[in-house]
Design a binder for this molecule. Structure first.
Ligand SMILES: C[S@@+](CC[C@H](N)C(=O)[O-])C[C@H]1O[C@@H](n2cnc3c(N)ncnc32)[C@H](O)[C@@H]1O
Length: 264
């Protein structure tokens, strides 16, 4: 499965954002009205021969246009392209048990499932309004459309207290989900849980738009190795370079039996 194949999605993955108070359609309308008012004001100031205000309003309009384009690109296209590359580079064997924390409508979960013909892709979520149309039914529908439903499992649960046994996954991934937990203690609990359910030698891949330095510190606190953090570039900007996404990677230590080789 090439990363080009992974980018060709057949499901409907909605829009990312905080839609608790105002639904996605309302947010789009508010930004549309602000943009139209700014554009109209710019035109009015040009017509009135007031170049200073025309330039200021024009620049704000251009800035807002670019920020909206960047945001919509990231949530509809860029996120999928970057995760296709990350998963492609990850070198999955195809028989792993993978857990996605805050899987939402399955953007990452289902792309991973395509790379796990002999494995299992498990998603856990509280189905909050952090994504438009977020619901387990939407994710299951997407799994059917992507042809991976047979190896996908969904659980309704809180990632700060996972409903899984210790050491039950080879890979734990998460995409723009952990920052939604409102407290530092809660985010730390999510990282602790990711480490708890990871098998010896298992790997973690977390992409998020905030707090990734704290995730990295907590993974190091637990003694994970090969830890790193990097910026995922313009395809994963949430409006501009001031709101990038970083990925954190880590590996759980292998268990070395006395006098033996590490477990594979
Ligand atoms: C912005 S969406 C991202 C969804 C998906 N990972 C993606 O990249 O498309 C964040 C997700 O995290 C989930 N979430 C937030 N807090 C959570 C928690 N404490 N436990 C489980 N899921 C949570 C939300 O319900 C939502 O589905």
């Amino acid at each position: 499965m090439s990363s080009a194949d992974l980018r060709r999605r057949r499901g409907d993955y909605g829009f990312d954002g905080d839609f608790r108070l105002v639904p996605a359609g309302g947010v789009a309308t508010i930004f549309g009205v602000i943009w139209a008012a700014l554009a109209a004001f710019t035109g009015f100031e040009i017509a009135a021969g007031r170049p200073v205000w025309a330039v200021i309003a024009g620049l704000i309009t251009v800035w807002l246009s670019l920020a909206i384009v960047s945001y919509v690109f990231t949530t509809r296209v860029g996120k999928f392209e970057v995760w296709a590359r990350l998963l492609g580079e990850f070198g999955l064997r195809g028989d792993e048990d993978l857990l996605d924390l805050g899987c939402g409508r399955g953007a990452v979960l289902l792309a991973a499932a395509e790379l796990l013909p002999e494995g299992r892709a498990v998603g856990v979520d509280l189905w909050r309004a952090d994504q438009s149309g977020n619901a387990p039914e939407a994710t299951l529908r997407n799994a059917e459309r992507e042809g991976v439903a047979a190896r996908v499992e969904l659980h309704s649960g809180d990632m700060t207290s996972l409903p899984f046994d210790d050491r039950s996954f080879d890979v734990v991934v998460s995409s723009i989900a952990i920052h939604n937990i409102p407290t530092a203690a809660g985010r730390q609990a999510a990282i602790d849980e990711a480490v708890r359910v990871l098998r010896p030698g298992g790997r973690i891949l977390i992409a998020d738009l905030a707090r990734t330095d704290a995730y990295l510190a907590r993974l190091r606190f637990h003694g994970l190795t090969g830890t790193g953090r990097r910026n995922l570039g313009w395809r994963f900007w949430w409006g501009g370079p001031w709101a990038p996404t970083h990925v954190v990677t880590a590996r759980a230590k292998q268990v070395v039996p006395a006098g033996g080789e590490p477990t594979p």
